[in-house]
Design a protein around this ligand. Structure first.
Ligand SMILES: Cc1cc2nc3c(=O)[nH]c(=O)nc-3n(C[C@H](O)[C@H](O)[C@H](O)COP(=O)(O)O)c2cc1C
Length: 262
């Protein structure tokens, strides 16, 4: 499946993490579409996406923390990867964010959860192989219309949705950049990351963007390379929305990947 950039680019701007859901099932037609995208968005063969339709609360139960209190979702999606692949974290981030943007475009609420879930329960419900791991999950459903006081407290009254300015993320912000690069960097800046740490740093070359991590230290036991994979998808969706086609090359740490025009 090609990236549906006209559908996913607007979703980048409206998506935000939601943690409290109405106890409403996801409508049949929406579920059918979401299932189709989960099955056909396969840019990397070592990543798979599993929709879990029962025992959702068990995935989150016991993962105690105010950060990450998920309630009421009728569905959960598990992002599964082959642990033998050295670039698996960024690939999981890339594919997972595609599903998150598709769910957003369908009017559903989501929240990447990489820390506060029960991987053993998720692995069993997603029926993973012994060489695979559930790297992250998301609840999926219709979020409550207005964030409750509990959700507002959890998100620091919107602070967890704030983003660093591009000048803090781009090595050489002063240089003259092609329009597509500026556009892609703006979309990259909006990507979600664990505890909103925004670990990505960008180096711009003539017709390419390189993503690196800020430091090699992970926090909350969640790899920053998952965040960077999410960011990679935002860059590609934004580039495609201007008709710019590129290719990713995976790099070694602290660099993650480079997107260059083909
Ligand atoms: C890889 C990853 C893991 C995350 N893990 C959790 C988590 O365990 N619990 C939680 O409540 N939110 C989690 N989040 C959501 C972030 O806190 C949220 O994306 C960030 O604060 C930015 O807010 P926004 O998504 O509303 O823009 C995670 C996000 C990412 C990208």
């Amino acid at each position: 499946m090609d990236i549906p950039n006209t559908r996913w680019f607007p979703a980048i701007k409206v998506r935000r993490s939601r943690r409290l859901f109405k106890t409403l099932p996801v409508s049949e037609d929406v579920l059918t579409r979401l299932k189709a995208v989960c099955e056909s968005f396969t840019p990397f063969r070592n990543v798979s996406v599993k929709i879990i339709t029962h025992s959702i609360d068990n995935v989150f139960k016991g993962a105690l923390s105010r950060y990450g209190k998920i309630k009421g979702a009728p569905l959960c999606i598990a992002f599964v990867g082959d642990t033998r692949d050295p670039c698996i974290q960024e690939k999981v981030g890339f594919v997972g964010e595609g599903i998150i943007l598709e769910a957003t475009a369908c009017g559903l609420g989501t929240c990447w959860v990489g820390g506060f879930f029960r991987p053993d329960v998720a692995a069993s419900l997603a029926q993973v192989q012994e060489y695979e791991k559930v790297f992250a999950v998301t609840p999926v459903g219709y979020p409550v219309e207005k964030a409750s006081l509990e959700e507002k407290i959890m998100t620091g009254f919107g602070r967890t949705h704030e983003r660093k300015p591009l000048a803090a993320l781009v090595t050489d912000m002063e240089r003259v950049m092609p329009a597509w690069i500026k556009h892609a960097l703006e979309a990259a800046r909006l990507a979600p990351s664990a505890v909103n740490r925004q670990p990505w740093r960008f180096t711009v070359k003539q017709n390419s963007i390189m993503i690196s991590v800020d430091t090699m230290k992970d926090t909350y036991h969640i790899s920053k390379r998952i965040d960077c994979g999410i960011d990679m998808l935002h860059i590609e969706v934004a580039a495609l929305s201007l008709g710019v086609q590129g290719k990713w090359k995976f790099l070694t740490a602290p660099d993650v990947a480079q997107y260059s025009i083909v």
